[in-house]
Design a protein around this ligand. Sequence first.
Ligand SMILES: Cc1cc2nc3c(=O)[nH]c(=O)nc-3n(C[C@H](O)[C@H](O)[C@H](O)COP(=O)(O)O)c2cc1C
Length: 207
Amino acid sequence: MESVNVAIIYYSATGNVHALAHAAAEGAEKAGAAVRVRRVAETAPARAIGSNPAWARYREDHADTTEAALDDLDWADAVLLGTPTRYGNPAGQLRAFLETTGPLWFQGKLADKVYSAFTSGSTPHGGQETTILALSNTFYHWGGIIVPPGYTDPVQFRTGNPYGTSHVSGPPGHQEPPGPETLQAARYQARRVTDTAAALKKGRATG
Ligand SMILES: Cc1cc2nc3c(=O)[nH]c(=O)nc-3n(C[C@H](O)[C@H](O)[C@H](O)COP(=O)(O)O)c2cc1C
């Protein structure tokens, strides 16, 4: 059977969600998926980026990253979206990309795919769950099949977010990147998404 196509589409300003996205890619690849990891375009003004040295450094270090395109969604059997939390919501940069998907949505090309989401925030109760749930609104509109990690693997009991992998990065200037357990949760989430998409693809091919 054809392999499962997994698109990991994310926004990251200072690297935390970037690390989760790449761990998710490892998990999906290990589960046998063809994977595209794509960051959405930056939309913030240079003045805002320049006001935060960590943001400016990340931009410089990853200037040559391939940007997400509508074709990545079209290609995918499963999509993982990653975003920092912004006042308890997904980042505007990711929303801006999602708001270009009308033509695909209108043709029914976003329906029936598997969707899942992950996030990072600076404080433990800073809105990680509301951010992931907010993305679910979009998945519902698309007619997507939402696959959360739940508590379906031991790592989930240690990292503790059934909605999607979440990192607590700490306050500005003192941020810590995701540690091994959180990266493992991201790998696990992507594996579960890949396995579910593979089962659906197989069932649709034979059914
Ligand atoms: C405008 C703005 C709003 C933010 N809102 C929240 C928030 O509501 N809750 C929270 O925990 N962190 C919040 N943060 C912090 C980021 O979500 C956090 O630093 C995150 O780990 C950054 O991920 P990144 O390194 O991938 O960009 C906010 C940051 C900015 C710049």
